[in-house]
Design a protein around this ligand. Sequence first.
Ligand code: ZN
Ligand code: ZN
Length: 412
Amino acid sequence: MAATRFRPYGTVRQLATTDPRDMAAASKGMFGWNADQRFSRLRTAVAKATRERFSPGRERMRALVVSPSGRLSWRQVPAPPPPGPLGATVHPIAMATCDLDRPLVLGRTPFPRPLQLGHECVAEVVAVGSQVQTVQVGDRVVVPFEISCGKCSACQAGLTGSCRAVPPVSMYGFGLIGGHWGGTYADLVGVPYADAMLVPLPDGVDPAAVASLADTVCDGFRHVAPHLPRLLERDPGTEVLIIGSLASRYPFSVSTALYAALTAQALGARRITFCEARSQVREEAAGLGLETITPSELRRHPLTPLVVDISGSPRGVRTALTKTAPDGVCSSVGTLSHAARIPASLLFVRNVTVHIGRAHTRTLIPQVLELVTATTLHPEAVTTRLADLDDAPKVLADHMTSDTTKTILTTD
Ligand SMILES: [Zn+2]
Ligand SMILES: [Zn+2]
């Protein structure tokens, strides 16, 4: 049983504990391009919600909604409209929690609630538009959490997380921040660009095992796979240091960090050190064959050629940069805080390559599926709980208020 219990914050406490500069930074990122489209999606969502309230005869479906006080419940919401020529409608069959879901639900992020939750799923296609060619009704597909068109300059370059056809950070399961695309804990999900987004699931792959390929598995993979082979060529003994949480009471779960470690194992790293403050997470990591250390032990730990920071905290970013060896790579998920102090002159002297940011998930899914089908990567090793979707409100409330790592719900 997990030791930590969290309580959700209501809107007032959420606002009182949020740094307005974090909110300002988030808003600035949201309106980087297609600001008109973002406003019009918001207007449409509000109008639709108002209309639906007074015309209950329209087609509706079940979706899991987070209330402004952090309560999870099934609600009847408008079903996605029939797909356009390029779109599809899918029915999620395996859905996973993301590491960001807990802070989101608890009100520990600047992101406003209520919202329809969930952005990681494997689904079955139930309808396709007239021009869709690569998927058909009945196919099982991985649904990337980011919306991407496949045609714009960014998508063509594989930078699908920065698709120019939709506003920045357009994604499922984040309500207002993501642009009102709905959530994946629902009977149906609308996919605007089916050929571009959906990745068919190879035969024999268990949907529950790969539900997190929609986000967190790919997120762990991209911190390691682009850098490790080159570093191993330079030195076959290259160590990988992965930083989870530096604080013992911390709402972010740790699956991305564990998936990064599994990727490093799959790609041949002999030495992987996992730094984490929470003892039960260290136990989980040790169970996967990782060497574990506490944040205080990290101070004496030698500099490391590949440092991966999944802490999501300014302190984690700074610590990771400080622990990167000369000519090494530091890959960090960054932080929702508007700023973090970085050791700039140290990075200059050590010639460190730094990457901070999001993953281009759609591009990564086929690469990760290759490791899964070759049985060198086993995402299911990170799953802590499997349950039935019908029990979602209770099972996910347990997940959000405890310290567990990965809950996966299925429709079976
Ligand atoms: Zn996520
Ligand atoms: Zn695009």
